[in-house]
Design a protein around this ligand. Structure first.
Ligand code: FPP
Length: 255
């Protein structure tokens, strides 16, 4: 029997059960963009075609996030584990930020979007870093949507490096172990200065975090969809926001 997701996919559109309120828009939305490869395979196409269409979905999600009034959109574009993929695929993924920015940077500037990057960027190829740095520098004074690309990002490595920095300070006698606070850890992470994601979206049907923002998602609301990332668009983001607005966030307290 066809499940609801398969029904929506077949219909080619999502249900619109309620209206989106402008009052309770999540400030920070983070997305695990999964399913590019399966999308391509379903159409009998090479995986890289899936990634290129994933790039188009990045554009749609960015424009929609901006229109909905989201302040920060963090996109998991490449994980510290993705190096295990075939060399050709890794090279293609590393060329996508450049391709995306060549196509879209002017419009992002026009829309007052501020581009950022978080991850262990020292391992990235020079051409990827150069394209990202140019976009970061050209948009640094923009005050609209923060478009934060997680590139070569891994939460365990992020936390480990943060621990290393804090322990160095302890070893140097600058602080004592009792001085270590949650705020100190928070500000030692790659997301320093950004609020935690209010809403985490994962496409592609898998129900896991895959080493993404393990600390920061402690109280995020999760929204999973079986849609493949290249299929994701404005209406799906809207659907996720409507579902977010139905949730009661208690942060461990009582409502
Ligand atoms: C996971 O899907 C997706 C990735 C590892 C890459 C995500 C990258 C993009 C969506 C494009 C990024 C664009 C820019 C501008 C940086 P998968 O390939 O693992 O899918 P599968 O599970 O179906 O194989």
């Amino acid at each position: 029997m066809m499940n609801l997701f398969q029904f929506w996919r077949k219909k080619g559109k999502s249900p619109q059960t309620t209206e989106l309120s402008t009052d309770n828009i999540p400030k920070h939305v983070a997305i695990i963009m999964d399913g590019n490869g399966r999308w391509a395979r379903r159409l009998g196409l090479p995986r890289i075609v899936g990634h290129r269409n994933g790039m188009k979905a990045v554009k749609r999600a960015t424009i929609a996030a901006d229109e909905f009034g989201i302040k920060v959109l963090t996109l998991y574009a490449f994980s510290t584990e993705n190096w295990k993929r075939p060399k050709d695929e890794v090279e293609f993924l590393m060329s996508l930020p450049q391709e995306f920015l060549a196509l879209e940077l002017e419009e992002l500037i026009q829309k007052n979007v501020q581009v950022r990057m978080m991850g262990h960027t020292e391992d990235l190829p020079q051409h990827t870093i150069k394209a990202m740095e140019e976009a970061i520098s050209r948009t640094k004074d923009n005050t609209g949507l923060i478009l934060n690309f997680a590139l070569n990002y891994g939460s365990r490595r992020e936390i480990t490096e943060c621990l290393r920095d804090i322990t160095r300070k302890v070893a140097a006698g600058e602080i004592s172990p009792e001085d270590i606070t949650e705020d100190m850890v928070q500000s030692g992470l790659l997301t320093a200065g950004l609020s935690d994601p209010d809403l985490l979206i994962r496409t592609g049907g898998e129900l896991r975090l895959s080493n993404f923002m393990l600390w920061q998602t402690a109280y995020s609301e999760f929204w999973f969809t079986e849609l493949y990332w290249p299929e994701f668009g404005r209406e799906h983001l809207r659907e996720a926001l409507i579902e977010y607005q139905r949730r009661t966030r208690r942060y461990g307290g009582l409502s």
